[in-house]
Design a protein around this ligand. Structure first.
Ligand SMILES: Cc1cc2nc3c(=O)[nH]c(=O)nc-3n(C[C@H](O)[C@H](O)[C@H](O)COP(=O)(O)OP(=O)(O)OC[C@H]3O[C@@H](n4cnc5c(N)ncnc54)[C@H](O)[C@@H]3O)c2cc1C
Length: 406
């Protein structure tokens, strides 16, 4: 593969880096203060709207969307270094309208939505006026196997009626969240992969009850992760995305780009942790020497450099394959980086925390919250074990004797 970033990518990268230095990093403290002062963990800090306006004006908006008309028209390989930069700050992705799960939802609506669905939901999402959620996981079943999903979607005349329970639904506590894409069964007795459909459900539809927010290692995320009850929730049949039975196919389509975007951002978080680790290691002295001079710390710094660079190259390879041979043929690489990137980032963060001593587990350096957030990536969008299973199956396939050879 060609590792040279395109001219377009270099130009975006320069502009994004200046935007981060000028606006995003200095706003992190303001954001934290506004959140603290509001007393509401789901408060929409006013600084975020200011940042969004500036990002929009600077043309650093919807960079994730490969479509020229509605997005920046960048390939996956071109977006990778930009998502990495966004991953360095917990507030950058929302500022540039590039945060999950909206990105995946926008891609789905862009690819499969009807004109009416696009007008009603995609346009305000692209404009950053509203936020959205994706509701698949259920408390009652092991949801890393999506065929287990049980929420029932039954047709009644011109309407679908939804009954069931979801949890870990990210974004539903964001004050601007208006719409969910909900996955459930329209045909429970049909062939396994066509039992499910995805339908659009406005958050304020009668029968939708957000029961509670789920904390992450005790942190209450601003956008929240809701447990939601669906009781006789009625939506028009025109709210189905693509068509009945396409739920599984759409879920597969959204997961490729979604997964790799997480990985790119994880590498950015690891890079920032390494930066903080180095700054701290040279500035703290114990027993007459800066911590940075100790053999084990030098080893951690070297290992972090090696592992981050390896993870970045695997991300770029996966992105390049998605661009050149398509998501289907990049399945091993996408699964591999989905396992590798969060694990590398967690190792670097853990060591950066150790080098910071007590400060590392406080709120002062952002390391503890970054670790907590990244730890969830070993579960969200598929646990490590499921990705490894799919890699191993593909690697093993040529070795398994065919019936006629046996
Ligand atoms: C912070 C966060 C945000 C999330 N956001 C969303 C969201 O917005 N929308 C949404 O729908 N979901 C969301 N999720 C849910 C997430 O996608 C699921 O938790 C994940 O898919 C795993 O499903 P599960 O929790 O039901 O675990 P289970 O399916 O019960 O699996 C439990 C464990 O079993 C093991 N396991 C499973 N299969 C295998 C196997 N084949 N081989 C070996 N071991 C195996 C793994 O270790 C796995 O972690 C979020 C989760 C978190 C933590």
């Amino acid at each position: 593969m060609d590792f040279e970033p395109s001219k377009r990518c270099v130009e975006f990268k320069e502009r994004l880096e200046s935007f981060m230095d000028e606006h995003v990093y200095p706003s992190e403290e303001v954001y934290a203060r506004q959140m603290r002062e509001s007393g509401d963990p789901h408060h929409h800090a006013p600084i975020m709207e200011e940042l969004k306006a500036k990002a929009h004006q600077a043309g650093l908006w919807n960079m994730f969307l490969p479509d020229e008309e509605h997005g920046a028209g960048l390939s996956n390989a071109d977006y990778a270094p930009l998502a990495e930069i966004l991953g360095r700050s917990p507030i950058a992705s929302e500022a540039c309208n590039c945060s999950a799960p909206d990105t995946g939802n926008m891609e789905v609506l862009h690819q499969f939505g009807t004109d009416e669905q696009k007008e009603r939901w995609l346009m305000p999402l692209l404009d950053g006026e509203i936020r959205s959620a994706f509701a698949m996981t259920e408390p009652a079943v092991a949801s890393s196997d999506a065929t287990n999903i049980e929420l029932r979607i039954e047709r009644d005349g011109d309407e679908y009626v939804l009954n069931g329970r979801k949890w870990w639904i990210t974004n539903v506590y964001h004050p601007n969240c208006r719409i969910m894409i909900v996955m459930g069964k329209t045909n429970p007795d049909g062939p396994t992969y066509t039992q499910q459909s995805q339908v659009l459900v406005p958050l304020d539809t009668p029968g939708v009850t957000v029961l509670r927010n789920l904390p992450v290692f005790g942190y209450t995320d601003q956008d929240g992760h809701g447990e939601i009850d669906f009781k006789d929730v009625r939506v028009p049949v025109t709210n189905v995305i693509s068509k009945e039975g396409d739920g599984f196919m759409i879920a597969q389509a959204r997961l490729g780009p979604g997964r790799i975007h997480h990985c790119m951002r994880a590498i950015g978080a690891a890079e920032r942790a390494l930066d903080l680790m180095c700054k701290r290691a040279v500035s703290r002295v114990t027993f007459g020497q800066p911590i940075a001079m100790r053999g084990n710390i030098l080893d951690w710094i070297a290992e972090a450099r090696i592992e981050i660079d390896m993870a970045r190259l695997l991300t770029l390879k996966a992105a390049w394959m998605m661009d050149t041979v398509g998501n289907r043929h990049a399945r091993i690489e996408i699964a591999a980086i989905k396992v590798a990137a969060p694990n590398v980032a967690l190792k670097v963060l853990d060591r950066a925390i150790q080098v910071h001593g007590g400060g590392g587990v406080s709120d002062d350096f952002g390391l503890a919250s970054a670790w907590a957030h990244l730890r969830t990536l070993r579960l969200a969008d598929g646990p490590d074990e499921v990705h490894k299973l799919s890699i191993a199956r593909r690697v093993l396939a040529p070795y398994i004797p065919r019936e006629k050879d046996a």
